[in-house]
Every structure is written in structure tokens, then in C-alpha cells.
Design a protein around this ligand. Structure first.
Ligand SMILES: [Zn+2]
Length: 245
């Protein structure tokens, strides 16, 4: 009698599991297909008007208007000698060769000030971004996903020039000593807080105190001192036409 009950329970669990997998896959594929249609429309438009600015340089611009194609990959991806979180995948530990030394210097300098910064997510391939975006849309809806996760091709992480930093508490928000240190000091090493507070109308992204982007020391200093974004900096230097132009 007990065995029959156990068997029924086992079969029920298996059926529920299979049902869950089928639903999960079909919803996921449906979302990605929808995105595929949108992206195709957008990239057709891009190929006519928005050519990537400063490709392969420290001032390369990737934002919601300027996207990279599926094949783009930085040439010299390297894992920097810094501490990473356990969640960081092997791919995400890589960054573009040009930022390795400045990043290591930044993390070491923080350490001297008693601040522990951990790498969380550096380079992300088009393929990984597609997966991340798709699952975010599925769990939180498109509106919330669009606020925090870029569509594949439109993430700066595909350039290898940026990295998300966190702290040991995995609570990297304004007011924590780690986030405040990073905001005040990263420009000295050629990095900027890429998505500052109150600049979403320019960057297209909500405030992200953890996302730093390498632009080189001179550029970073000027952006920091003038309290502007990369978009505004490029516009001021007549490299970029500005939004909606
Ligand atoms: Zn980021």
C-alpha cells in the first residue's frame, strides 16, 4: 500500500516537473521571438543611420541608439587579477585588455583605503545578453527589464570596456562606503560612473552606482569634473550628435 502511494507521488512530481519545463520553454521562446522581431526592425534602421562611434577605442559609444552586431567581440579579452564574486561566470570575468591594468590599480588602491571591491560582471557576449534580457522580461515584464537590462547588442558590456562592481554584502548602493569610494575615485584610474543619478533622459539607463566604464584618464577627469555623461562629453567634443538627432 505504501509503495503504491509512493509511486503515485513520484509520477505526480514527474508530471508537474515536465509541465513546468514545457511552460518555461514556450514562454521564453515566445518572448525571444518577439524581441527578435523588434531587434531586426531596429537594426535595419541602425544600419542606415547609426554607425558605431569610435569603434574599438576607449571612447566607443554603445547605448540604446547605437548597437553592436552579434559578431562583435573585443580582440584581447583578459581576466584581470582582481577578486570576483562566486556568481561571476568565466565569460563575465573577462574584460578588454586596455582596462586590465587600470582596473587592477583601482581595486588595489581601494584595498589600501580599507575598501573591498569585487568584480561581478565584465564582458558579456551578445548571446549571454540575449539570455539575460529574455529571462528578465519573462520574470519581471518588459517595462522593468528595459529599465535595467539592455537588449542584446545594446549593452555596453559587449565592448569589454566596463564592469559591474559590488561589495562583500552584495549591496552596492549610494551611501555604502564602497559605492561612495568608487564614485569619488574611479576617474583617477580612467573610469566613470556610466549611468549617474538623474541622467536617465540622456543615458537611457537608471542610476547604476556599480557600473564603471573605462574612457581613459584625461576623458574621465573631464567627465567627472563637469558632472556630465559620456553622451554629453562626446556631444561637447562634436563627436556625437546627441540624442534623437
Ligand atoms: Zn553593468
Amino acid at each position: 500500500m505504501e509503495n503504491i502511494f509512493k509511486n503515485i507521488l513520484r509520477i505526480t512530481i514527474i508530471i508537474c516537473g515536465l509541465f513546468y519545463i514545457v511552460i518555461y520553454l514556450s514562454v521564453g521562446l515566445y518572448d525571444l521571438n518577439l524581441e527578435g522581431i523588434n531587434l531586426n526592425l531596429k537594426s535595419n534602421h541602425l544600419s542606415e543611420q547609426k554607425k558605431i562611434i569610435n569603434k574599438d577605442t576607449e571612447l566607443m559609444l554603445v547605448n540604446y541608439e547605437y548597437g553592436l552586431d552579434e559578431e562583435y567581440k573585443p580582440k584581447d579579452l583578459t581576466i584581470p587579477n582582481i577578486e570576483f564574486t562566486d556568481e561571476a561566470t568565466d565569460e563575465e570575468k573577462h574584460v578588454s585588455g586596455i582596462i586590465v591594468k587600470p582596473l587592477e590599480e583601482l581595486v588595489n588602491e581601494a584595498k589600501l583605503d580599507g575598501i573591498t571591491l569585487l568584480g561581478n560582471s565584465g564582458y558579456r557576449s551578445y548571446k549571454l545578453q540575449k539570455k539575460t534580457y529574455g529571462s528578465r522580461v519573462m520574470w519581471e515584464g518588459k517595462e522593468s527589464a528595459d529599465d535595467y537590462v539592455a537588449k542584446p547588442g545594446f549593452s555596453e558590456h559587449q565592448t569589454g570596456l566596463c564592469i559591474d562592481i559590488t561589495n562583500e554584502d552584495r549591496y552596492f548602493v549610494k551611501g555604502t562606503k564602497e559605492a561612495d569610494w568608487l564614485e569619488k575615485n574611479c576617474y583617477k584610474f580612467g573610469f566613470i560612473i556610466r549611468y549617474p543619478y538623474g541622467k536617465k533622459h540622456i543615458t537611457g539607463v537608471e542610476y547604476e552606482p556599480w557600473h564603471i566604464r573605462y574612457v581613459g584618464k584625461e576623458n574621465a577627469k573631464s567627465i567627472y569634473n563637469n558632472e556630465i555623461t559620456l553622451e554629453e562629453y562626446l556631444k561637447n567634443n562634436h563627436i556625437y550628435g546627441g540624442l534623437n538627432e
